[in-house]
Write a protein that binds this ligand. Structure first.
Ligand code: GUN
Length: 295
């Protein structure tokens, strides 16, 4: 079997196109969706991500501003900035880009974001609501993975999904999201992580395998079964002398070998990444429309 490529770029384009009439309807009510980014330090990937997210905002008519602070900013200053953004009606969403510098307590900063503006879906209140199956902002990557599955004709319903990774941004919320009792979810979910003794034994049982480990080449062909659907959340830079930058991006999966066995697979880049970016826009439009409870 040679896998069908799940084209995240094309699906993300559809998602963005669906937002245009919603942004126009808001415009008729005198509302321009607004998203404020807080970027502390010079983490190269974060700088790139935030630039990309801001560009996406402009494309669909969302106003955005990126507030950049130096690496050595005091935590209290970041907290006070977030409080000011919380109080400013221009911003329907407030996003603090992670990771924060080591001297900061990430939990304290995230907890400062007004849950009504937590378009990142990472405030404890948002994650608690997800756990309880209540309307809330869904994290952009977990929601993007779910939409990739549904929109590519590989719905998770009734399937065994194996999630590799237990991060707060991806693995944990994705497992909860896909196990929910509703259409487009309703999966049997297994969560694997660095403490899983025999990863291959688990991944071979997957109908749908989602990898979010951040380590290139972790999933080899012998670790998947014929016909599996693979969603690769990994984004790893590996040295490549043929590239101007000196590196290229790959996922967690040995793409070429696993493609020979899988029925469908996401590429890196061009798979999950564009969907993550698109789902943040969706949350920002939802925020401008009145929040998840208004949907
Ligand atoms: N860093 C990498 N991914 C994310 C994300 O989804 N949200 C935030 N805030 N930071 C990130």
């Amino acid at each position: 079997m040679t896998a069908r490529i799940i084209d995240g770029k094309a699906i993300a384009k559809d998602v963005r196109a669906e937002l245009i009439p919603r942004v126009q309807a808001l415009g008729k009510r005198g509302i321009t969706p607004g998203l404020a980014f807080v970027l502390v330090g010079e983490h190269p990937a974060s700088v790139t991500y935030v630039k990309g997210k801001a560009k996406d905002c402009a494309e669909v008519g969302i106003e955005s501003e990126t507030i950049r602070l130096p690496e050595d900013t005091a935590q209290q200053q970041v907290i006070e900035l977030v409080q000011r953004l919380n109080a400013d009606d221009v911003w329907h969403g407030v996003l603090v880009q992670l990771p924060l510098p080591d001297h900061m307590d990430e939990e304290a900063v995230i907890a400062t974001v007004d849950p009504a503006k937590d378009v990142d879906g990472i405030h404890p209140q948002s994650m608690g609501k997800l756990m309880r199956g209540l309307p809330t902002y869904l994290g952009a990557t977990p929601h993007g993975v779910q939409q990739l599955l549904v929109r590519s004709g590989n719905p998770p319903d009734g399937k065994h999904v194996v999630v590799c990774g237990r991060s707060n941004l991806v693995g944990k919320p994705l497992a909860v999201l896909l196990a929910q009792k509703r259409a487009g979810a309703n999966a049997t979910v297994t969560v694997c992580h660095t403490g899983t003794p025999d990863l291959g034994e688990m991944t071979r049982q997957a109908d749908i395998l989602v990898t979010a480990m951040g380590r290139a080449g972790t999933i080899t062909a012998d670790m998947v079964r014929e016909g599996v659907v693979v969603i690769d959340v990994g984004m790893n830079a590996i040295p490549d002398a043929t590239k101007k930058s000196g590196h290229r991006l790959v996922g967690d999966v040995d793409f070429d070998a696993v493609s020979e066995k899988a029925s469908a697979i996401t590429p890196v880049p061009g798979g999950v990444g564009p969907m993550t970016r698109a789902m943040l826009l969706v949350n920002t439009v939802i925020a401008a429309e009145g929040g998840p409870d208004s949907q």
